[in-house]
Design a protein around this ligand. Structure first.
Ligand SMILES: Cc1cc2nc3c(=O)[nH]c(=O)nc-3n(C[C@H](O)[C@H](O)[C@H](O)COP(=O)(O)OP(=O)(O)OC[C@H]3O[C@@H](n4cnc5c(N)ncnc54)[C@H](O)[C@@H]3O)c2cc1C
Length: 451
């Protein structure tokens, strides 16, 4: 480490090398809060050249690099597990380089906060749709590395659907320019996409080209209540059959509502399920929604959120579910599963039955439009054996319905075993072979995604 540091000082300014334990504290855990460990160093490079030199030096001394966007990962993908593992923070690469209004493309550095990009493009009447709930703090680089999604996925897709180009530094220190401002690209193997969702294990993303859309007009939101979650899914299926494609369909079950209504003033306090629906269409659609839902068994009421304050309050309640659940129970076993949309009813029913078997409350919420369920087993206290057993059985349900272990948060360290169980040894071997091509010395975010 001593010689490494000496060489490092030749390529980075003093203020880019953080060794002070107090300053490193911020980088000792991500939002998974499963583990706290201090990297020996945090590096804050200012440009591509510095990053290339850091990677080359790390290869020479076999020092591992874990990238840090904003550390909002909930899977432990930003954690370090060795004294020879440094953190490379992208926070100083935080410029929006260009908003190209002719080509409808934004070119950004990885450390740009997602919210800031959304705000900037809206100023020129454009729209960047991906909206993970963490968008006020997470970075575009982190979003690309986890292929983040959010409520708007039902209509607009996930981060991957907007990345037209990437600049990456591989584990060998090579700079790859993959794609660019072009929307269509059928030119050989699609290497760009292999980096999306790779959680910093294949390369360091240093520049991102993102597709933009014209800003939609007339967004309206409604809050709809039901007697149970199964009636709610029935209702959302009928929407699609009536050619209505909302831009969000955020559902909450009875357990979520039980805790949320303690803190927030939500309509119909006795409702056992509710959904926030965003529509980007004419206001007559609200009348049509009402006519459609009225015929659905268990429908209670529909509330147009035409007052911006009311709309913001309901969305704030939705975004705070994780916090509210945490305030109300001592330990939560969490999952971010994704299943074929049409199986949501069956999957949630099986998961609720599993909770009953173990006498544990299960709170489910998520995105009805894309089949993503945030499952929360609410434990009275941390009982690891029960948690693992429960989660294992839950993942068997997901498998039965041909779902996947993560819809948006990624694998990190928490779901490595589960990933292997889902995809099988052969696919893990292929992933390892791919990693070897880009990172032969295994210095990029080791022990993540697979062992
Ligand atoms: C309250 C809350 C709500 C959330 N809601 C959502 C949600 O709705 N949807 C969703 O998808 N996720 C959600 N997340 C998870 C998290 O915010 C996302 O995974 C996000 O994309 C991570 O961004 P980040 O900038 O914080 O990246 P980090 O957490 O810093 O990093 C995530 C991973 O990407 C790697 N990485 C970061 N930057 C780079 C880079 N430039 N090059 C290579 N690798 C890099 C890191 O090494 C790590 O493996 C939520 C988290 C919290 C705490």
């Amino acid at each position: 480490m001593k010689e490494f540091l000496e060489e490092l000082r030749k390529i980075l300014n003093k203020d880019s090398i953080i060794q002070d334990k107090d300053l490193i504290d911020k980088y000792s855990e991500d939002k998974s809060t499963i583990y706290k460990s201090y990297p020996p160093l945090v590096l804050k490079p200012k440009n591509l050249n510095e990053i290339v030199n850091i990677v080359k030096l790390c290869n020479k001394y076999k020092i591992s690099i874990t990238c840090w966007g904003a550390g909002t990962s909930v899977t432990g993908s930003c954690l370090v597990f060795s004294e020879k593992n440094i953190i490379l923070s992208l926070e100083r690469l935080n410029k929006i380089l260009e908003i190209d209004t002719e080509n409808l493309i934004a070119v950004v550095e990885p450390g740009v906060i997602t919210y800031n990009l959304k705000e900037e493009v809206e100023k020129v009447n454009l729209f960047y749709p991906p909206d993970p709930a963490s968008f006020e703090s997470s970075t575009i680089g982190g979003n690309v590395s986890t292929n983040a999604g959010g409520p708007s996925t039902v209509k607009y897709g996930v981060t991957k659907d907007y990345v037209t180009g990437l600049e990456v530094v591989t584990g060998k220190g090579e700079v790859l320019k993959l794609g660019g401002k072009v929307i269509k690209n059928s030119s050989g193997y699609n290497l760009k996409d292999i980096f999306i969702g790779s959680e910093g294990t294949l390369g360091i993303i240093t520049k991102i080209y993102l597709k933009l859309l014209p800003k939609p007009e007339n967004k309206i939101s409604v809050y709809v209540t039901f007697e149970n979650i199964f009636n709610l899914f029935e209702a959302t299926n009928i929407l699609f059959k009536n050619s209505i494609l909302p831009s969000s369909l955020e559902y909450m079950d009875d357990v979520v509502l039980k805790y949320l209504t303690k803190k927030y003033n939500l309509p119909d306090k006795n409702a056992k399920a509710s959904i926030i629906i965003d529509l980007e269409d004419s206001s007559e659609k609200i009348m049509r929604l009402y006519e459609i839902f009225e015929k659905v068994e268990g429908f209670i009421n529909l509330y147009p959120l035409d007052n911006p304050v009311r709309e913001r309050d309901i969305w704030n309640a939705r975004r705070s579910i994780g916090e509210v659940l945490k305030e109300n129970c001592s330990f939560i076993g969490k999952a971010d599963i994704s299943v074929p949309r049409g199986t949501l009813k069956k999957v949630i029913s099986d998961i609720k039955n599993l909770g009953k078997k173990y006498n544990i409350e299960v709170a489910c919420f998520g995105h009805a439009g894309d089949g993503n369920i945030h499952v929360n087993f609410l434990f009275e206290e941390s009982l690891n054996i029960k948690e693992n057993e429960l989660l294992f059985q839950m993942y068997q349900i997901v498998k039965k319905y041909e779902g996947v272990p993560s819809g948006e948060h990624g694998i990190g360290v928490l779901k490595k075993e589960i990933l292997k169980d889902f995809v099988g040894e052969n696919q893990i071997i292929i992933m390892k072979e791919i990693k070897k091509i880009f990172d032969p010395n295994n210095i990029l975010n080791p022990k993540k995604v697979f062992d």
